[in-house]
Design a protein around this ligand. Structure first.
Ligand SMILES: NC(=O)c1ccc[n+]([C@@H]2O[C@H](COP(=O)([O-])OP(=O)(O)OC[C@H]3O[C@@H](n4cnc5c(N)ncnc54)[C@H](OP(=O)(O)O)[C@@H]3O)[C@@H](O)[C@H]2O)c1
Length: 249
């Protein structure tokens, strides 16, 4: 997988939704997919940040994106259904779904873990991911070849002290990926998870305030893995736990 080079414009006519598209890895992925020809649907909780990315994509002459302002923390199930209905009306299909938005919560021992924070992290990282996936599946089934990428973490593959709700939510994400991949095994929809690895973003800085961010790969550095995930000619994997680090050159 090293040295993967995304073909120019290979996402032309594809519609890809990215959650948490307003910052860090999600923002970079949305820009990269648009650069390669995709119409991106940007989902985020800050309308202001969404509009800034919209402007950036338009200024670069990439396909016109669509915006979905949604706070995953307090969205009712019916609203996810409405999101899918809007996409259906506008595009009639989804070729890619990058479930990237996440809430880090806080680092704390389980014995003292703040309950409100636990529930919020599960809501954003697990329940919202499930609901979006559930309601977007009919749209993904309208695509000739679709790809769903769930976002995991090192602590979603091996538990680590004090990573509490975030770690547990990422294990749940891996579980959702495996269950869905098995259900869709005979369909043209690929279902995988990606662990970006330590990446220079706001979330990483919050988790490791003492670390020098300049020593970490940037979101741009890890894009080959994200581009590959949506390349349904190159990527034929399903049910796999992918590491973005394996694509770093
Ligand atoms: N960076 C790393 O080292 C690392 C390592 C392992 C896994 N990951 C995973 O990679 C993914 C991207 O993380 P990142 O590092 O790019 O973090 P980030 O820069 O903090 O971006 C997180 C994104 O999620 C959005 N978000 C958070 N809560 C939300 C909510 N309630 N509703 C809607 N959107 C919400 C944020 O919106 P705002 O812009 O409004 O804040 C932002 O767009 C996450 O799933 C994370 O768990 C990252």
């Amino acid at each position: 997988m090293k040295n993967y080079q995304a073909p120019q414009n290979y996402l032309k006519d594809k519609v890809i939704m990215v959650t948490g598209a307003t910052d860090g890895i999600g923002k970079e992925a949305a820009l990269s997919y648009a650069e390669h020809g995709a119409t991106v649907i940007l989902l985020g909780r800050s309308t202001h940040k969404l509009e800034q990315i919209y402007d950036e994509i338009e200024a670069k002459g990439y396909p016109q994106p669509a915006l979905i302002p949604l706070n995953l923390q307090n969205t009712a199930p019916e609203q996810y259904q409405q999101v899918a209905e809007v996409i259906d009306k506008e595009f009639g299909k989804l070729d890619g779904l990058l479930l990237n938005a996440s809430d880090l919560g806080l680092l704390s021992p389980i014995e003292h873990f703040d309950e409100e924070t636990w529930f919020r992290v599960m809501q954003v990282n697990v329940n919202a991911t499930f609901l979006l996936t559930k309601y977007c599946l009919p749209l993904l089934k309208n695509s000739a070849a679709a790809s769903i990428a769930f976002t995991s973490s090192g602590v979603g593959r091996q538990g680590r002290a004090y990573w509490g709700a975030y770690s547990v939510s990422k294990f749940a994400t891996e579980g959702l990926m495996q269950v869905l991949a098995d259900e869709l095994e005979k369909s043209p929809i690929l279902v995988n998870s990606i662990n970006p690895g330590a990446t220079r973003t706001k979330m990483r800085a919050n988790a490791y305030p003492g670390e020098d961010p300049n020593e970490l790969p940037s979101a741009q550095d890890i894009m080959p893995a994200y581009l590959w995930l949506m390349d349904t000619d190159a990527n034929t994997n399903t049910g796999q736990a992918i590491n973005a680090r394996d694509f770093l050159v």
